[in-house]
Structures are given as C-alpha cells and as structure tokens.
Design a protein around this ligand. Structure first.
Ligand code: NAD
Ligand code: ZN
Length: 361
C-alpha cells in the first residue's frame, strides 16, 4: 500500500501496512544516492517496544549509529536538539549520510529538524509509530519548541520516504489512539464527506479504532494531506485548511499545560467549536450536537475547553501565530469537504463560545 507525495523539490513514497518496516531496506538500497551511513534518532520509549523490528529491517551493508531521545514532547527542546547534533558530528555524518526518525510526531519533528539543519540539510526517512504521525510525518514541516512558543523554531524539509508500519500502532495507549484519530476525523471534515460518514458509523469506542478500517483511514488521511501539500508546500494558502479545529484546540492544549489533554483531544474540542462557528457564520448545516455526543461516546473529553473562561481562551488564541490584530484566523466549513479561512472578531467568538457552553450542558 503506497501513496506518492509530490512537492516542488521532491517526490517520495509513503509505504503503509502491517510489517511495512521491512520495506526500509529495499528503499534505502534502491536510493539514487544510496546513503553510506545511517543515524537513527529514536524515541526511547518506542525503541524499548519496537526497536528490534527496525534493527532487523535495516540493511546490513550500511553502518548505523543509534541515538536515543526522551519519549514524546520533551524531545523537542533545544538541549535535546543540541545533543543530537553533537552526536551527529561525533559520528562524522556527511551529506551522504541519512537520518532515520523512529517514533511519534515529536521524535519525527525533532529528527527532521536535525536533518534539516545538519550541514544545511541532509536526507532523512520517517518511520512514524503513532496514529497522529500519519499527519506529522508527511508534508515536510519539522520543528522544535521554544519556551515562548510551540513549533516556533523549525524548517521545511521533506523526507526521502515515509515507512509507516501499522503493527507499531497496536501498543498505543487509548489516549494516544484517540488523539491521533482526531487528525483523521479532521482530514475527513476538510475533504471527504463519505469518509466522515463511514467513521461515524464504524467507530463507537476507542477500541474500534484499529485494524483494516484504521489502515484505510490512515491511507485516506495521507492522501488528503499530500494533495494539500502538493498544492501549497509552504503554507501560504490551502495548507492552512489543515488547521481546522486547531485554533481553539491549541488554546485548550496550551491552557491545560500540554500533556493532560493530548493534542488530538484538544483538537476534537476545537473542531466542535469550529463547527458552531461555521453554523454561526454561514448556516453550515450539520448535527453538531450528535457529533459531540459521538465524540464523547468514543472517549474524547469534549468539554475540556469549558474548564477555561472565554477570556483565557481568547487571550491564548490571539497570541497564536495565526492571529492578526484583535481578530483570530479560523478555518471554517461551508459544507463538509469545503473549508475556507476567515478572521473572526472577539464579539463573534464570544457569542459562539456562549452557544457552545449552553449546548454542552
Ligand atoms: P508523541 O511523539 O509525543 O508520542 C506520544 C507518546 O506515545 C510518547 O510518549 C511516545 O513515546 C509514545 N509512543 C509513540 N509511539 C508509540 C507506540 N507505537 N507504542 C506506544 N507508545 C508510543 O506524539 P504524537 O501525537 O505522535 O505527535 C505529536 C507531535 O507532533 C507534536 O509535537 C506536534 O507538534 C507534532 N505535529 C507535527 C506536525 C507536522 O506537520 N510536522 C503535524 C501535527 C503534529
Ligand atoms: Zn494537529
């Protein structure tokens, strides 16, 4: 199973499926500029569970260095970034070397940025291990966090390939499963109504997010993302649609202190807000109440955002890089599969917020 991602400078495959990690050997050996050395940056938590599968799949003739980074978001720090670069220099990597990112979105963002900045850019391959990473591993955005803002320091750097072994997903916690699946739901909202209908029909609890159905959703999600990236690699236009649910979601995530509410859980809450906003702005017709009920049934903490006051959420939203003046830039829907970008005033947002709170009771 394969999706081809086309960007201005690079076309690369995403290979998806149970046991897909075995494809990394053939992919590396068939590269036009076959790497002379590999440098794996691995999430240490992921390595403990799945490291041996990747180890076995790497092709014998190419020498490998392994470098371990803390599990999850804490890997996206300046200190971890510096340690990686030090280890890369010590391993004497050059432009013929290749970085392998092994972990979720956090490890992929860090390792991608290491590859982007080492000697002004060396090639890398993503080996994502979370559901969320169907989103983050494709598209070439790499970043670490600054104390003043998440993902503020980074680069656009496309991978040579994405090797997505869905058997790695079996060990995800329920929380991480839901979090990642929120991005799948997002992809359906912005581009594919039948896919959304299918999801709402098939998934009733977190445990349903698995198997062939999940694999099919991930493939569709990657196709949607790659079509958008093809059109707008550097986010000057339609790529912004991928932020559906994220303006309000990021605020909830930030206020809850990153961690308590997983990224996708906050995005799920943000999607409900964006749906109400769409209804308010242009009579978008959709049964939001029953969608919110469905999310709750699956296990999403949909009232999460309501633990904070409107003023708190608004303050964080205007701090977000998507804000201009006092207005906040939102991705809304004309209908499912038809997103657009609009700036919302504080008064509008406050009205929608009041409505959201009333409906959630
Ligand atoms: P993550 O990488 O932090 O992983 C979440 C947790 O799951 C970690 O503790 C990790 O160790 C663990 N884990 C990973 N794979 C596992 C597995 N197979 N089994 C068991 N545990 C596993 O989180 P994530 O949700 O994958 O990614 C979130 C990050 O992605 C954020 O930093 C976000 O900014 C970034 N992101 C980037 C883009 C992009 O376009 N570059 C898009 C969306 C999100
Ligand atoms: Zn997201």
């Amino acid at each position: 199973n394969r999706v081809t991602v086309e960007t201005v400078h690079k076309t690369y495959p995403v290979i998806i499926g149970e046991g897909a990690v075995k494809e990394i050997g053939p992919v590396l050996l068939k590269m036009k500029n076959k790497p002379t050395r590999l440098f794996v940056i691995a999430d240490e938590g992921v390595y403990a569970i799945h490291g041996s599968a990747l180890k076995e799949a790497l092709p014998d003739p190419i020498p490998v260095d392994w470098h371990f980074v803390p599990a999850g978001e804490s890997a996206k720090s300046f200190s971890v970034f510096e340690q990686c670069l030090t280890a890369m220099l010590e391993a004497a990597l050059d432009r013929h070397s290749l970085v392998v990112a092994f972990g979720g979105g956090a490890c992929g963002d860090l390792a991608g940025f290491c590859a982007a900045s080492y000697m002004r850019g060396i090639p890398f391959i993503q080996v994502p291990t979370t559901i969320l990473a169907h989103d983050s591993a494709v598209g070439g955005k790499t970043a670490i966090n600054h104390p003043l803002g998440k993902n503020m320091i980074g680069a656009f750097h496309q991978p040579e390939a994405v090797i997505y072994d869905t058997s790695f997903l079996h060990s995800l916690s329920e929380k991480e499963t839901r979090s990642g699946f929120a991005e799948v739901i997002k992809h359906a909202f912005i581009a594919d109504e039948p896919m959304l209908t299918e999801i709402l029909r098939t998934i009733q609890k977190t445990a349903d997010i698995k198997g062939a159905f999940l694999a099919q959703c991930l493939k569709k999600g990657i196709e949607i993302k790659s079509a958008i990236v093809k059109e707008d690699e550097k986010e000057i236009g339609v790529r912004a649609f991928l932020n559906f649910g994220h303006t309000y979601g990021h605020a909830v995530e930030a206020l809850s202190g990153y961690g308590k509410t997983a990224h996708g859980e906050a995005v799920a809450c943000g999607m409900i807000f964006a749906l109400y906003a769409s209804q308010f702005k242009n009579n978008f017709s959709f049964n939001i109440r029953s969608f919110a009920k469905w999310l709750k049934g699956v296990g999403y903490p949909v009232k999460e955002g309501l633990g904070f006051s409107f003023e708190e959420i608004y303050t964080v939203m205007t701090r977000d890089k998507k804000a201009y003046g006092g207005t906040v830039r939102f991705v809304l829907l004309n209908k499912i599969g038809e997103p657009y970008v609009t700036d919302m005033t504080k008064e509008e947002l406050q009205k929608i917020d009041e409505h959201f709170r009333k409906e959630a009771e």
